[in-house]
Design a protein around this ligand. Sequence first.
Ligand SMILES: [Ca+2]
Length: 325
Amino acid sequence: MEFVARRDLLALALGLAAAPWPARSAGRFDPWLDELRREARAAGVSATTLERALRGLEPIPRVIELDRKQPERRFTFAEYRQRVVNATRIDRGRRLRAEHGALLAQVQAEYGIPSDIIVALWGIESNFGETQGSFPVIAALATLAWEGRRASFFRKELLAALRILDKGHVTPTRMYGSWAGAMGQCQFMPTTFLAYAVDADGDGRRDIWESLPDVFASIANYMRGAGWSSGYRWGRAVVLPRGASGLTTGLEHKASLARWSELGLRRADGAPLPDEPIRASLVTPDPGDSTAFLVYDNFRSLMVWNRSTYFALSVGLLADELREG
Ligand SMILES: [Ca+2]
């Protein structure tokens, strides 16, 4: 496996031949792996699957490096949005939404999740399937489960990944993902896969790596599970009244649209807020500038997928661009 560098090579490269590696390791990898194998076997994973998945497995130094890397600085939402919801992605999303229109309409009808939201999640998670990650998932998760930081979280994901192999949804050589084990075109972690991935094309395998019917239905099934209500938006951009102060922002505070109207909020184009009996929260991602959004319960469903305000806003804004295109 080309992605797996040997531990002693890394130590040599760093001039640390005698130093323990990695520093926070709970111990040697092979005895740890034997113990893991016993646990997986006891949980019902077949010996054949374990032999195929774990034979010759080595930790991946690059995964530990990425896990320990600190972000250089926090992006503002304006910067994040420019990277994630740019013109190239909007154009491509519109084209792909049209190309797969019939399939998306079918998935929308079955799950109640708008095509635009499905395509936006697909676009942001993997650039429409193009960037699925180049790490072998079992080796990446084994590295993280062994290395110590967040070990119990990754051990659970590793055991789920072995169950996915055992059920024959994918083979070890095709099971690629991000350094942290997010897999396929929708970047599901293995436990999410077991809970929500769908075999929509009926070949008996939930294939979120190569089958678009499976990818779209899996995304929609997850969003349905996260509580998305069809017929409602995620929220919308708003303008604040001139000189506004004392407005309560944040997801903890909800008020009716009528109340937000009284406080002077308008749609982005200056029109009044819709006259709907729904409650919303005011989100101002970059304090000090005027960018503001009123977000509804569906926004909270997007945050079940990824607990980041930036992420959920970007999915919503990209989906709006796709619908308007
Ligand atoms: Ca399938």
